[in-house]
Ligand binder design. Structure first.
Ligand SMILES: [Zn+2]
Length: 210
């Protein structure tokens, strides 16, 4: 089965230079909830893979991070989406673990747990480390310009680990995936309108009896 792996900060939620340390600091990016709902409703298992070294640096407690994720999931479900599993790496860079991106440990662990075919799967990230982890896991890779994306696209590492696609944001990335998968035809890709209810204005413009 194919899946979509997502980074959290800068893709689903706003990035903070001083880290997202509490629910009060967690803010969904525009269109993210809608995009997650469309990917979920299209049948993709969705997994979050996020580096959270602030856990082992003592900046956030494990319980507080997991509470934040529970609240995040509640909002995602309220909007018709779902996240099938979340893996976070609590380790600091110096711990040299196998899960911290750019290493693919979180992706490969989730793939083994959920029987995912990585060669048919996608990772969406805003950092070169997300794309490098996707390369190592043999996923299709999508760089978004939100979060640190605009900055990371220009880094030498991004030339070394080129993304298969660059998208404006998560809704744009979701559109690209669904187009590639044949889920929505090209001409329907206009600002995520495809699966939204048809508005009264739009209905009025449709030809009668069409
Ligand atoms: Zn780790």
């Amino acid at each position: 089965m194919r899946a979509v792996f997502l980074d959290r900060d800068g893709v689903i939620s706003e990035n903070r230079s001083d880290h997202v340390k509490s629910w009060e600091e967690f803010h969904f990016l525009p269109g993210a909830l809608d995009a997650l709902a469309r990917l979920h409703q299209a049948g993709f298992p969705l997994f979050i893979v996020t580096n959270q070294a602030i856990v082992n640096r003592g900046i956030i407690a494990t319980q507080a991070l997991e509470d934040m994720h529970a609240r995040m999931l509640w909002h995602i479900v309220q909007h018709g989406g779902f996240i099938d599993d979340i893996h976070y790496c609590p380790h600091d860079y110096s711990e040299n673990c196998h899960c911290r991106k750019p290493r693919p440990g979180m992706i490969t662990a989730l793939a083994a747990k959920w029987n995912i075919d990585l060669s048919q799967s996608y990772i969406i990230g805003d950092a070169w480390t997300d794309i490098a982890a996707g390369h190592a896991a043999n996923c299709r890779t999508i760089m978004v310009r939100t979060g640190r994306g605009e900055e990371h696209i220009r880094l030498p590492e991004s030339r070394h680990y080129p993304a298969d696609h660059t998208a404006a944001d998560l809704p744009d990335a979701a559109n690209w995936i669904m187009q590639l998968e044949g889920i929505i035809p090209d001409h329907h890709i206009v600002h995520s309108l495809a699966l939204r209810p048809v508005s009264a204005t739009w209905q009025a413009t449709l030809p009668a009896g069409g």
